[in-house]
Each structure stands twice: as structure tokens, then as C-alpha cells.
Design a protein around this ligand. Structure first.
Ligand code: AMP
Length: 287
């Protein structure tokens, strides 16, 4: 197995990666907030298969957490993560400190208009500005050829792809499928917040999304009717509180009233203190 190097300092990582790039190495980058699970590892594995050098970052980004959110409690396990990332073929683990990413006097934020306002942006104001800002910084630090994202965070993927395009960044964005537990629950670092009872109920999210997809692809076109059925399934689940369920166009993320053409059904559901998100594509395979 290749030995992975963990680097904490921005100014240490940059020259190493610039040197590798100059000597012709292709760099794949996987940004994460750590607490790695099979979803993250699928991205690292793919990056290792498609690139000469794989960089993964672990940074719990304070700029994307609201004041009432779980920044402090968010699970952190750098040691465990290092072993997992190395085993999947990462060459560098970049784990910067908050004071280096946002030093005193930090003033610059990236806003991707409109795409960050609906869906999760509705209940998490400022969230996508925090995401776009940190990802642009990480892309500038690592300058990868390709960077890998999960469909699990579909709105994030659409918005970051747009940022890359709008900012003329020379990087290819690759969005990979959501990795799920055997019962369909999308893997997430936040699943560990679930009580035993909530964990048992949580697969209802993916069951409901799958039912909606089957109905839509089977010919039911009326979004309101199909999503109405979804609400019924969810409210019957133990402790579930639906934040939103929406059907939107895959490119602009605007609400649609009919299932015609490619549509993303996305939802956020709270189980106790865990706010879980998931989504499914209708009439298309890939974001
Ligand atoms: P996070 O650490 O939650 O910020 O996620 C880092 C990256 O891993 C993002 O691109 C996520 O979309 C992706 N990711 C998280 N969970 C999954 C999953 N279950 N399947 C695939 N990708 C995932």
C-alpha cells in the first residue's frame, strides 16, 4: 500500500502539488468534512482509479453552519479517517485548521445566486455561500484536474458545477451515485445522531423517493399528486418531520409541476436532532 501523507498547512501542500502537476501528474481531489464512510470512500476509490495523485481534504467548515446548527458536535475522527483514506489509495490528506482557512481579517465569500436559495438553502440561509467559498478556496489550494462529489448532496453538486463554469476554473466535476445502507438509507456522517427507533424508521425516506420515481416514470405526471403521496408515507414514520420535499429541474433547480424531462426529487427530513437529506433522479441517470 502507498503511504499517505497528512498535511495541515496550506503553504506546505501548495508547492508539493504544484511540483507534481508540473511533472505531469494528474490530480484528483475529494473534499469532505471527515467522519468518513463508504460514500466518501467511493469517491476516493474512483479518484484513485482515474488519477495519478489523490488528495482528500477533511475540514469541518464553520462558514457553512448556522448558529443553531451542529458545528461543535459534528463528528471528528482524523485518526480513523486517515487509515480509511490511505487504504483507498489517497496520497495526501489535507486537514487545514480553521484559523488558517479563515484568518483574522478574512472578508471574501462566494455567492452562487439562486441555485443556493431553494431546497436546503431555504432552511439553511448562508449554507451554500459557505460551501462555495470553502470549495473555491480548496480548489485554488489543490488545483486538481478532477474533483469528485456525491449525488447525495445534489443541490451542492449542481451549484458547484455552476461555480466552476462561471469562475472559469480548469477542473472537471465528477458526480458519483449515492452510496446507501442495505435498507436504502443514504450513508451520512449524521446518521450516528439517530436513536435506534429513528434509525429503524429512516429508510422510509428512500422508499418514498423510490415510490415517487416509479410513479413518475410509470406515467403519473402531476408533481403535486405524486409528492402528496410522499408526504403521507413520511408523516406515518416514527418521529419524522419533513423539512421539504420538492421536484425541481436538474439544471436550474426550479420547481416543476410536471414530470416531463429530467427532474430531481429532493428532500430533507428531521428525525430528532438528525436532519437527513436525500434525493432521486427521475427520467435521467446521472447529474
Ligand atoms: P461531507 O463530508 O458530508 O461534506 O461529504 C463530502 C462528499 O462526500 C460530498 O461530495 C458528498 O456529496 C459526498 N457524500 C456524502 N455522503 C455520500 C453518500 N452516501 N454517497 C455518495 N457520496 C456521498
Amino acid at each position: 500500500m502507498k503511504k499517505m501523507q497528512t498535511i495541515y498547512k496550506i503553504e506546505e501542500l501548495k508547492p508539493v502539488l504544484r511540483g507534481l502537476k508540473l511533472s505531469g501528474e494528474k490530480i484528483g481531489f475529494v473534499p469532505t468534512m471527515g467522519s468518513l464512510h463508504e460514500g466518501h470512500l467511493s469517491l476516493i476509490r474512483r479518484a484513485a482509479a482515474e488519477n495519478d495523485i489523490v488528495v482528500s481534504s477533511i475540514f469541518v467548515n464553520p462558514a457553512q453552519f448556522g448558529p443553531e446548527e451542529d458545528y461543535e458536535e459534528y463528528p471528528r475522527d482524523l485518526k480513523g479517517d486517515s487509515a480509511l483514506a490511505e487504504a483507498e489509495g489517497a496520497d495526501f490528506l489535507f486537514a487545514p485548521e480553521v484559523r488558517d482557512m479563515y484568518p483574522p481579517g478574512y472578508r471574501t465569500f462566494v455567492e452562487v445566486r439562486e441555485l443556493g436559495e431553494g431546497l436546503c438553502g431555504g432552511s439553511r440561509p448562508g449554507f451554500f455561500t459557505g460551501v462555495a467559498t470553502v470549495v473555491l478556496k480548496l480548489l485554488n489550494i489543490t488545483r486538481p484536474d478532477v474533483f469528485y462529489l456525491g449525488q447525495k448532496d445534489a443541490q451542492q453538486a449542481v451549484l458547484l458545477r455552476r461555480m466552476v463554469h462561471d469562475m472559469n476554473l480548469d477542473v472537471r466535476v465528477e458526480v458519483l451515485p449515492t452510496v446507501r445502507e442495505a435498507d436504502g438509507l443514504a450513508m451520512s456522517s449524521r446518521n450516528r445522531y439517530l436513536s435506534a427507533g429513528e434509525r429503524e424508521s429512516a429508510p422510509v425516506i428512500y422508499r418514498a423517493l423510490s415510490e415517487a420515481k416509479a410513479a413518475a416514470e410509470g406515467g403519473r405526471r402531476d408533481v403535486r399528486a405524486v409528492l402528496g403521496d410522499l408526504e403521507a408515507v413520511k408523516s406515518s414514520a416514527h418521529g419524522a418531520e419533513v423539512d421539504y420535499i420538492e421536484a425541481v429541474s436538474v439544471d436550474e433547480l426550479v420547481p416543476v409541476s410536471e414530470f416531463s424531462g429530467p427532474v430531481l426529487i429532493a428532500c430533507a427530513v428531521k428525525f430528532g436532532k438528525a436532519r437527513l437529506i436525500d434525493n432521486i433522479l427521475v427520467n435521467c441517470e446521472k447529474l
